[in-house]
Design a protein around this ligand. Structure first.
Ligand code: ZN
Length: 160
């Protein structure tokens, strides 16, 4: 993917701390950032993009945080430079992602009024509405399932 000079400038203009700018850059490269538990390896950036981000961190830190080491966060977490990429290109092929997993519950319900049976997946062992008579029913059985949050098939629901 390509990150433009304008996008980088916008990130630094709207961040108030190094960590925020680092996160915003990662979010731009990884749209699934919220579902990622940790990274192994670093994205690679083309030469001009890489230099621009470094310059921005130095400039940013001199303005906002003269007390910290300029660009320190980026030094530890930043994109590495790959001169073989396009000047404004970012490549994440070498990054391994560990995805977060969430526990869901598959809840089984049976309505005592009309005998309707159904099951559904929720983020809690919670009551559901009968599809036939709309009564609120407690699950008679729940099993724990672990599912990558990216599938997004389970809905979260507040306890009643
Ligand atoms: Zn019912």
């Amino acid at each position: 993917m390509i990150i433009t000079k304008e996008e980088v400038e916008r990130i630094f203009a709207s961040s108030s701390h190094q960590a925020e700018a680092v996160e915003a850059l990662y979010r731009m490269v990884f749209p699934d950032y919220n579902d990622i538990l940790k990274f192994q390896g670093f994205p690679e950036a083309g030469e001009r993009l890489s230099r621009l981000i470094w310059d921005k961190f130095f400039e940013f830190d001199h303005t906002h945080h003269p007390e910290v080491m300029a660009g320190g966060r980026w030094m530890n977490n930043g994109f590495s430079t790959n001169k073989e990429l396009g000047e404004w290109e970012v490549d994440i092929l070498k990054v391994k992602k560990a995805m977060k997993e969430r526990v869901f519950f598959r809840n089984f319900y049976q309505c005592p009024y009309d005998g309707a049976k159904w099951h559904d997946e929720w983020t809690c062992m919670c009551n559901d509405r009968c599809p036939v008579c709309d009564a609120e029913i407690e699950p008679y059985e729940s099993e724990e399932i672990i599912s990558p949050s990216t599938t997004d098939q389970a809905r979260s629901k507040a306890h009643n």
